[in-house]
Design a protein around this ligand. Structure first.
Ligand SMILES: C[S@@+](CC[C@H](N)C(=O)[O-])C[C@H]1O[C@@H](n2cnc3c(N)ncnc32)[C@H](O)[C@@H]1O
Length: 229
């Protein structure tokens, strides 16, 4: 099944407008990275553009969606920054030069439906990093109560939509009014730790937010930083 419907693209800017706190976090990692930068699921360039501006370097951005890449191209041209935008699937990540940083903001790894999809992605990331290179991403902590509470609820903000929760598939579908579905398969902490392990990566940090908060009941966003040994 599709995890990201093209119908989402024309409302993505409004959908993502509230999400700004992750940008300084990923920019900070990029400033520390001494080499090529890669964003998985680059979308409209929301993070890649400030990263390119702050570092003065291009970012290789991969995304499956032609409409999202078109938004990123237009936004990069307007901002006067260079992005290397390529249509592709993160499960098949290939880089020209080993990366110093691969990052995947805004829970986009949750668009991968199965453990094998994620394992493949983590293995491709590990193979694309230089020794000591970092991989960073963030994702919701799996919370069945939150998912159950949202199931069937219609919300007006930030874009009118309904959330549906498929318990047996641990999947959330965000259905925009008028069309456009985004599906997210929630993952537990142990799934992430397993992926890091099988890909031969080393955990460096697991925060509960973008300012380095401890992961606890009040700070339930997994913010992972791992590295290739
Ligand atoms: C929530 S957006 C994130 C966009 C951007 N990184 C940001 O932080 O605003 C999710 C993006 O994931 C992309 N996507 C979904 N599955 C993908 C896959 N298997 N490989 C590459 N991109 C994918 C979608 O096309 C969409 O642009």
């Amino acid at each position: 099944m599709t995890s990201w419907d093209e119908g989402f693209a024309d409302r993505y800017e409004t959908w993502s407008a509230h999400m700004t706190e992750d940008v300084p976090f990923y920019v900070g990692l990029a400033l520390e990275a001494d080499g090529p930068l890669v964003e998985l699921a680059v979308g409209n360039g929301r993070v890649a553009i400030p990263v390119a501006q702050a570092t003065g370097r291009s970012v290789l951005g991969i995304d499956t969606s032609p409409s999202m890449l078109a938004l990123a191209r237009a936004a990069a041209a307007e901002a006067g920054v260079e992005l290397d935008l390529r249509e592709g699937d993160m499960r098949d990540l290939e880089v020209d030069e080993p990366a110093a940083l691969v990052y995947c903001p805004f829970r986009a790894l949750l668009h991968l439906p199965t453990w094998p999809d994620r394992r493949r992605t983590f293995e491709r990331v590990a193979a694309s990093l230089r020794p000591g290179g970092r991989f960073a991403w963030n994702a919701f902590a799996f919370d069945h109560r939150a998912a159950a509470g949202m199931d069937g609820q219609h919300r007006e903000e930030p874009v009118p939509h309904t959330v549906r929760y498929d318990v047996v598939d641990n999947r959330i579908d965000i259905e925009l009014d008028g069309g456009g579905i985004s599906s997210l398969w929630w993952a537990t902490k142990n799934e992430w730790l397993g992926l890091i392990d099988v890909a031969g990566l080393e955990p460096e940090a697991l925060y509960g937010g973008f300012e380095g908060q401890p992961l606890d009941a009040d700070n339930g966003e997994y913010v992972f930083v791992v590295r290739r040994p």
